[in-house]
Ligand binder design. Structure first.
Ligand code: FAD
Length: 539
């Protein structure tokens, strides 16, 4: 039996919860979330939110910094709109009760990060995301108009056409009416119809072997939208953090760039420093260059990791400056005052995603996207640090206003009756290990061939392997009882396919996409890589 609501939001991070709070003023909102409500990238964000508040700063500087980072692909109108709305979003969070760090008990303390020409990072110590998420979730839980369902996973959109069921796909009356949802507690799949659906399902770091992202970051929204025929763009632009602790149980523990800032030296396993070969600033080179240099050393030597060495500093100084990192590393068995830390680069942020306009509308009527899942045009080919929380806050506000403007009309729409989910296979898979192996293979393929440094040959290998894995995963998907693991596996393989397709399409190096075959930026290719599954279905 299906369920019905006014508005359905997929995801309980900063994007989903901010949007829910705004929409709850005039509609009944349901938020579904894959695991616990605070299993989000949002709750992990450390640095803060970039916005112009300092008297020496100006919107024009923040706009320019964003455009410079984006390597020619930012949409300047989008950048101007989002950046100039930042201070209002911060005020709203403060009014909700967010406790940001102040410099004097009253004025917000503004930090500075790489790529920013001015101090403009609003933060709550180094746990900004946790504080934002706390205040948003508390407020949402107190709202009579918001219901949050944990352990509920969106698996497909409900639309009025089955893609691929007709020879030629007709988009003229295409519309989204909701989602098919899997309840992990009962194992049931049912339809949840709604007058408006927003994907706020976050990023896709889990497509790579190492990532700073939480386990829920499997790119579900992108896969779901892609399968339904939405435009997807710029998936080749994946930001990697250079130094994540290399340890089987600590796959997402970041070692802050400040460790290199304090004198930490990157070395190969034989102890040789290597950054001087790649940049005159050596270990203090920009994030992308350091990540690329580590990747190059790993691929050349065939090693699994490199070392980050700060043992030459007095132990007391290291412990005082990095109490958290020191403690966490000790728990994993490393004393960073005595031993160099094993590190690898980790997938951190996805600049591409589901294409939206400035009101969050995707190419499928009735479907919006907000937050890391969306590609608005703000980041272009590389994200300026701390612009992503800002984007989520501003876009949630704009989507809420857009939905409100047409709500009288939208709320009158009669929702169609939806066929029950075709369960496909109803037999439990007795081969959980195969799911794990497929997942490992996808992540190895993506890390080895579609990571920080790409080439035609690597992309071709990835294309073949991902296609094979896609066939295997589909066979599983349709023959066995649906589980969250199977849904995630299917999404991950779809996301991998979109990344490989976009990366193969771009015959130049730009921003976060670097390929050995076209190492230069080509001004003739200054455009987004837009793909849709319809290219495949109709060709
Ligand atoms: C370690 C780390 C540090 C960061 N630091 C900063 C920073 O300092 N400043 C900054 O601006 N950005 C930072 N970022 C990036 C920023 O945190 C994210 O871009 C942002 O929080 C994304 O918010 P979101 O709401 O789009 O997604 P998320 O917060 O990831 O939320 C996604 C939600 O969707 C749910 N979901 C996913 N798939 C499904 C599905 N199929 N069905 C139902 N629910 C689903 C998830 O369970 C989750 O609740 C950081 C990211 C990380 C990982």
């Amino acid at each position: 039996m299906g369920k019905e609501c006014d508005i359905l939001i997929v995801g309980s991070g900063v994007a989903g919860l901010t949007l829910a709070l705004k929409l709850s003023k005039f509609a009944r909102v349901v938020v579904i979330t894959k695991k616990g409500a605070d299993d989000t990238a949002t709750a992990r964000a450390q640095g803060g939110i970039a916005t112009v508040l300092d008297s020496s700063d100006d919107f024009k500087y923040h706009i320019q910094d964003t455009i410079d980072a984006g390597a020619g692909l930012c949409n300047s109108h989008v950048v101007e709109t989002i950046i100039s709305s930042g201070p209002g979003s911060i005020r709203e969070l403060v009014n909700l009760g967010a406790r940001f760090t102040t410099s004097d008990g009253e004025n917000l303390d503004l930090g500075r990060e790489g790529g920013h020409s001015h101090r403009r990072i609003v933060h709550a110590q180094d746990m900004t995301g946790r504080e934002i998420h706390r205040v948003l979730l508390e407020t949402a839980l107190n709202s009579d108009n918001i219901e949050i369902y944990e352990n509920h996973t969106a698996l497909n959109l409900v639309t009025n056409h089955q893609l691929g069921s007709t020879e030629k796909f007709d988009t003229s009356d295409y519309k989204c009416f909701g989602c098919y949802v899997h309840d992990a507690d009962t194992g049931e799949v049912f339809s949840w119809t709604a007058k408006s659906v927003t994907l706020a399902s976050g990023g896709a770091g889990k497509v790579y072997r190492y990532t700073s992202n939480p386990d829920v970051a499997t790119g579900a929204g992108i896969a779901i939208a892609y399968r339904a025929g939405a435009d997807i763009a710029n998936m080749e632009f994946i930001q990697f953090h250079p130094t994540c602790l290399y340890h089987p149980e600590a796959k997402s523990f970041l070692i802050s760039e400040a460790v290199r800032g304090e004198g930490g030296i990157l070395r190969t396993l034989d102890g040789a420093p290597f950054m001087e070969k790649y940049h005159h600033s050596k270990d203090l080179a920009p994030r992308d260059i350091v990540a690329r240099a580590i990747d190059s050393e790993l691929k050349t030597k065939g090693d699994d990791h490199v070392l980050l060495d700060i043992t030459h500093l007095p132990a007391r100084q290291v412990i005082d400056r990095f109490p958290n990192i020191y403690q966490m590393c000790l728990e994993y068995g490393f004393d960073m005052t005595k031993d160099p830390l094993p590190v690898v680069p980790a997938a951190h942020y996805l600049c591409g995603g589901v294409v939206t306009d400035l009101d969050g509308r995707t190419s499928i009527p009735g479907l919006y996207a907000c937050g890391e899942v969306a590609c608005t045009g703000l980041h272009g080919a590389n994200r300026l640090p701390s612009n992503s929380l800002l984007e989520s806050l501003v876009m949630a506000d704009r989507i809420a206003r857009a939905i409100e403007r047409s709500w009288t009309e939208t709320s009158r729409v009669k929702l169609p009756s939806i066929p029950d989910w075709d369960p496909g296979g109803s037999v439990d898979s007795d081969e959980m290990i195969v799911i794990k192996h497929n997942w490992d293979e996808i992540r190895s393929t993506m890390s080895n061939y579609v990571g920080i440094v790409r080439s035609n040959r690597r992309l071709k290998r990835a294309t073949h392997r991902i296609e094979l894995l896609r066939q295997e995963v589909n066979e599983y998907y349709w023959n066995f009882r649906i589980t969250r693991e199977l849904i995630e596996l299917r999404n991950i393989v779809t996301v991998a396919e979109t990344i490989v397709r976009c990366a193969t399409r771009r015959k130049e190096s730009r921003g976060l996409h670097f390929t050995l075959d076209y190492p230069e930026t080509d001004s003739n290719q200054r455009s987004d890589t837009v793909i849709t599954i319809r290219d495949e279905v109709t060709k």
